[in-house]
Design a binder for this molecule. Structure first.
Ligand code: HEM
Length: 286
């Protein structure tokens, strides 16, 4: 992800003939291949142990379809597509949710009064020892608002390059088929006509005057349209369960010797905007 944000890579994408000088894509392709080696082994192992009555994973589900469709002349579930789909899940699905949770911990350390409010809400809804379920979301509006505000504020994936599949007319512009288009999600997530305080971390953006959770049309962290995030519903579940589960059990504080004000909430430039590496103390709640 760091390499994907490399300015030399962008330069290479615009001027491929400079590839022999810049070469950033070589490293990326090598890293992707290293990941594929691991995944091929995993897929092979799954093939050998798959049980049609008990599919253990996404990989199993893809391989099961592959077995079912062996007689079809044009199955989409051939080995290369199974590998590409598992790779997508690993690349698109791991970094995004893990980094958002890192941001959530950092922002809760930075704003301890918000962290306290989250923990009070969790305490009133979850009996001691009961882990959260996704159904609890309705009864935890403040925590839900905080998670959405983390996603809005950190603007994790500000730009995903796309390409026009057909000649397109858009707002008076003609965009020929095959043109690279890079929508800017920052322009919506930080739009001052849509958010009261776009540059501040403010969970009230997602709450009404009575403290109920309110979804906003401009919340486009997962983008929109036909090619929006495929993992949106999974990501929302993961974020909610991990966030509530973590803050139910721990308070996160700056380590001894540092204070809230010394925490850096600026991002490291890259394909995904990551927080700078910082330490935290996870103090078990009583
Ligand atoms: C916090 C979590 C996540 C965020 C903020 C996020 C955000 C995004 C964004 C902005 C896009 C680009 C959509 C577009 O160009 O219109 C995208 C695409 C995608 N995401 Fe996510 N994502 C997250 C989690 C996940 C997870 C958990 C998975 C899979 C399990 C996933 C799989 C994908 C895939 C496969 C695409 C490409 C979809 C396509 O090309 O049709 N994402 N995501």
């Amino acid at each position: 992800m760091t390499l994907l944000g490399d300015p030399f890579l962008h330069l290479f994408n615009f001027f491929p003939f400079l590839g022999f000088l810049l070469r950033p894509h070589k490293t990326i392709l090598r890293r992707v291949e290293e990941t594929c080696v691991i995944l091929r082994k995993h897929i092979q192992a799954s093939k050998q142990t798959i049980n049609a009555n008990y599919l253990r994973s996404y990989t199993d589900a893809l391989l099961f379809r592959q077995q079912e469709e062996t007689k079809k002349a044009m199955s989409m579930f051939h080995d290369a597509n199974v590998l590409a789909s598992v790779l997508d899940l690993v690349m698109a699905g791991t970094e995004t949710t893990a980094t958002t949770l890192q941001w959530a911990i950092l922002l809760m350390m930075k704003y301890p009064e918000i962290q306290c409010k989250v923990q009070e809400e969790i305490k009133t809804v979850l009996e001691p020892g009961r882990l959260p379920t996704f159904d609890d979301k309705k009864r935890l509006p403040f925590s839900n608002a905080v998670i959405h505000e983390v996603q809005r504020f950190v603007n994790l994936l500000p730009q995903v390059p796309r390409c026009t599949a057909v000649d397109t007319h858009f707002r008076g512009y003609f965009i020929p088929k095959g043109t690279t288009v890079i929508p800017s999600l920052s322009s919506v997530l930080l739009d001052d006509t849509q958010w009261e305080t776009p540059d501040q971390f403010n969970p009230d953006h997602f709450l009404d005057a009575d403290g109920n959770f309110v979804m906003k049309e401009a919340f486009l962290a997962f983008s929109t349209g036909r090619r929006n995030c495929l993992g949106e519903s999974l990501a929302k579940m993961e974020l909610f369960l991990f966030f509530v589960g973590l803050f139910q059990k721990f308070s996160f504080r700056p380590p001894p010797g540092s204070t809230e004000s010394s925490l850096d909430i600026g991002p490291v430039p890259g394909f995904t905007l990551r927080p700078r590496p910082q330490m935290t103390c996870a103090v078990p709640c009583d």
